[in-house]
Design a protein around this ligand. Structure first.
Ligand code: PFF
Length: 454
């Protein structure tokens, strides 16, 4: 393939919105609040921020470097950088990671889309604990409707991808990300006037370290990877579309900070509502699908707020899925000679088939809930393996490849745009962390996660 004719983003702003669209997703809305809630609030948050700064961000910068340096899909990129040696494994690993996430993510994306539809139909008006529980069961257990909604989500994302990098990914993220940010601000303005706000802020910002264990650190690390969409080639792929003027360290930092702000804003809105009505912050995954509809329905203009909240969740799910799905699409169309359209369709079929397995095994009562692998149903297995194994391991490989197998001068040249940007000190700092801090933390956390080291 002639790389000169390869599509790319048209500006730094477009690259920022696309990358922010990749990072901001169901992770901020569905995962972040309940994971923070279940792991003790502020102390967890602090560890999470440290994981972002010392691990997530350096890996993101490295992925951008790999992508823009080679202007290739993840498999082609690592092959080119290291003459096709063992590092090609990183590429294959990335493809696996993106598929695993898409299998369960498309399921939750389907629930979110279906909630928008149900709220607009008035099914949540005057909600009670019984009706929200009924709606949640109905949405998730189907078995037909969750599968149909999952297919709808995959089809929407497929259409965006078939439109291409500029006309699809860039246009959609540039239009939808500002809408998403406005919707979050609206939700927060309303939430900040609720009586539970004080308790919510204390929960998020007053640290109690008594709940912190090695498991907490592992969970925080998994969340950081998942949140920043690193460790599986999405940022390599998007990096390969950046313009040659893009300040990649700047973009990565802006995305990491904006993503954190979005998570905090969502957390404040969710916990303010939760505490106002005396509910528990540790509501598990049902926090988004049961607690939120219940508490929002009790406040004035709650239904408008509720629909705004689920529309923003749908936007987040769509743009994040687009970035994951682009990883195999770029690979199949550049390395395997498929047309972009064919690559999208082939992968959409794979995602739908395995995604249905996840959707039908959400819990023990699901149609396939009885099937367990390593003690987990398909949904939990895909979620666990991707966040806790594939992404951190992928991140470790990327840190080692860039930190130890590529000459520093080459990295400097790329990150300064051939000397245009005067950021040598920043690069020295990044390089130091990437070599001596990121891999060490990852190895310790990883060994402790598989029980070798406590
Ligand atoms: N960052 C996304 C979220 O928080 O929902 C999830 C994600 C997107 C993970 C893209 C990985 C990825 F490549």
């Amino acid at each position: 393939m002639d790389n000169k004719r390869r599509e790319g983003f048209s500006s730094g702003l477009a690259a920022f919105f696309a990358t922010l669209g990749a990072a901001v997703g169901l992770g901020n809305i569905w995962k972040f609040p309940y994971v923070v809630g279940e792991n003790g609030g502020a102390a967890f948050l602090l560890i999470y921020i440290i994981c972002i700064a010392l691990v997530g961000l350096p890996v993101m910068i490295s992925e951008f470097f790999i992508g823009r340096r080679t202007r290739k899909n993840v498999v082609g990129a690592v092959k080119q950088l290291n003459n096709g040696k063992i590092w090609t494994g990183i590429g294959i690993f990335s493809l696996l990671g993106s598929h695993f996430i898409l299998f369960f993510y498309s399921c939750v994306g389907g629930w979110v889309y279906s909630y928008v539809f149900k709220i607009l139909k008035g099914e949540f008006a005057g909600a009670t604990s019984r009706t929200v529980a009924y709606q949640f069961t109905n949405t998730t257990m189907g078995p037909i409707s969750p599968v149909i909604w999952q297919i709808v989500v995959v089809v929407v994302v497929s259409i965006i991808l078939i439109l291409g990098v500029k006309n699809g990914i860039e246009k959609i993220t540039k239009t939808l990300m500002p809408v998403l940010l406005v919707l979050i601000v609206i939700c927060d303005i309303r939430a900040l006037t609720l009586p539970g706000t004080k308790e919510s802020l204390a929960f998020l910002f007053k640290a109690d370290f008594s709940k912190v264990t090695s498991q907490t650190i592992l969970i925080a690390m998994g969340l950081a990877f998942f949140k920043l969409s690193v460790g599986m080639g999405a940022m390599v792929t998007y990096g390969s579309y950046f313009t040659k003027e893009d300040n990649m360290i700047g973009t990565a930092s802006k995305v990491a900070i904006s993503d954190l702000i979005v998570s905090l804003l969502v957390g404040i809105a969710v916990f303010s509502a939760v505490f106002t009505f005396g509910m528990k912050p540790s509501g598990g995954p049902g926090l988004l699908f049961m607690t939120i509809p219940l508490v929002f329905s009790k406040i004035p203009f709650g239904n408008i707020l509720l629909v705004a909240f689920f529309i923003l969740a749908s936007i987040a799910a769509t743009t994040a899925m687009t970035s994951m799905f682009e990883v195999p699409v770029a690979y199949y169309s550049e390395e395997r000679g498929m047309s972009r359209k064919k690559a999208v369709i082939v992968n959409a079929i794979i995602i739908i088939i395995f995604g249905i397995l996840a959707t039908l095994s959400v819990n023990n009562d699901s149609l396939l809930g009885g099937i367990k692998i390593f003690g987990k149903g398909f949904f939990d297995l895909f979620d666990y393996l991707s966040s806790n194994v594939i992404l951190p391991l992928g991140g470790l490989f990327i840190a080692i490849l860039v930190g130890y197998f590529i000459p520093k001068e080459e990295i400097k040249k790329e990150l300064t745009n051939n000397g245009e940007l005067k950021i040598d000190k920043v690069i020295d700092f990044y390089y130091f962390i990437l070599r001596y801090v990121t891999p060490v933390i990852l190895i310790i956390v990883f060994l402790s996660s598989i029980g070798i080291f406590r």
